[in-house]
Write a protein that binds this ligand. Structure first.
Ligand SMILES: Cc1ncc(COP(=O)(O)O)c(C=O)c1O
Length: 333
């Protein structure tokens, strides 16, 4: 049972509209889940997470929220690989989260829009372990680099067909359908094949190369940063610089963001946009400012068994690397 629409974001909005329940999301979470709930008037329960867990949800934290009122209907959104952290869950994590979700009969929306961009191609869906209660969300935007084409996909289990039907009613009264030419493009994308597998393999190697290089560089400068496992984001935490930044008048992640933009020209997003407290010194860094087509062509000439060299990354993906150099120089100024 599959529903397609003009972007998974639109489908998420429809789901929140038709499903009467609290929205449960970990802190930090992608920027649109909570505003959608606010527009519709749903309660948002932010679940705290810990730096030691790389800001990912633990079964204990989910259980603690569900235990407060076990009968309450809840929509839990899990996103992995994650925007903003670039982290994903292990199979063990997924099994444990699935057990809590089943016990509390939550509706689970598994936002796997970056699944194909797991840096080692090892994405696993929680739907394997909680099939009856999981809706998988994905689309063309990220792995096809087609965010403007607007095609999102929800995959429902038989037990949640009633939700698909309710969403289809609203879809029929609002956007009607996804534009036909885009549907044809999606048919081609989802047919897969060798050409698409090759494209994904090289995309992953490039993202893995930039992500780990930047994370290592930031770590070397004293910034705490979860090592990325997928997507194209990092979530650096400048806690170790709190005193020094305080002396420069920087006390919140919004201050930090503004000052970095003004003084280094590098644009990041404050952690608060993802639900972090203002006084947490976390930011989201996206490392996509390079010519992907050029980097992909060049990656074909590098033997498959080799990681991409620093020279390769400097030549084809320089903007994010030099932006991070500017951030490090600014920190140690
Ligand atoms: C985690 C996450 N989910 C969903 C979306 C929305 O994607 P779509 O283009 O399918 O609406 C994004 C886009 O930034 C995202 O980062």
């Amino acid at each position: 049972d599959v529903l397609i629409g003009p972007g998974s974001k639109e489908l998420m909005f429809l789901l929140q509209l038709v499903y009467y329940g609290d929205l449960v999301i970990p802190t930090p979470s992608w920027v649109s889940y909570a505003p959608q709930a606010h527009i519709i008037g749903r309660h948002v329960r932010w679940v705290p997470t810990a730096r030691e867990d790389h800001w990912m949800l633990t079964p204990q934290e989910l259980e603690a929220i569900c235990k407060k009122d076990p009968q309450r209907p809840r929509l839990v959104i899990l996103n992995y690989p994650s925007n903003p952290t670039g982290r994903s869950y292990t199979v063990k994590d997924l099994k444990a989260l699935a057990a809590v979700a089943r016990k509390n009969r939550v509706v689970l929306l598994s936002d796997e829009i970056y699944g194909e961009l797991h840096h080692h191609g090892r994405h696993v869906s929680i739907a394997r372990f909680y099939p009856e209660g999981t809706i998988i969300s994905s689309g063309l935007s990220k792995w096809c680099g087609a965010g403007g084409w607007r095609l999102g996909v929800f995959v429902f289990p038989p037990a949640l067909r009633w939700l698909l039907e309710a969403m289809a009613v609203v879809a029929s009264e609002t956007f009607t359908s996804t534009a036909a030419p885009i549907q044809y493009a999606a048919v081609r994308a989802y047919e897969g094949g060798l050409e698409i597998e090759e494209y994904l393999w090289h995309s992953r190697r490039i993202l893995r190369g930039i992500g780990t290089t930047i994370a290592r560089r930031l770590e070397g400068a004293g910034v705490i940063v979860p090592r990325p496992q997928g997507a194209f984001y990092l979530f650096p935490d400048f806690e170790n610089f709190r005193e020094e930044l305080g002396r420069r008048g920087i006390r919140t992640n919004e201050d930090l963001c503004h000052r970095l933009l003004e003084e280094t020209g590098v644009a990041l997003l404050p952690g608060s946009a993802f639900g972090a407290r203002s006084d947490a010194l976390t930011l989201r860094l996206a490392y996509v400012d390079f010519d992907g087509a050029r980097a992909l062509t060049a990656s074909h000439d590098v033997p498959r068994e080799k990681p991409l060299s620093q020279t390769f990354l400097k030549t084809y993906c320089d903007a994010p690397l030099s932006a991070v150099e500017r951030i490090c120089a600014w920190l140690l100024r």
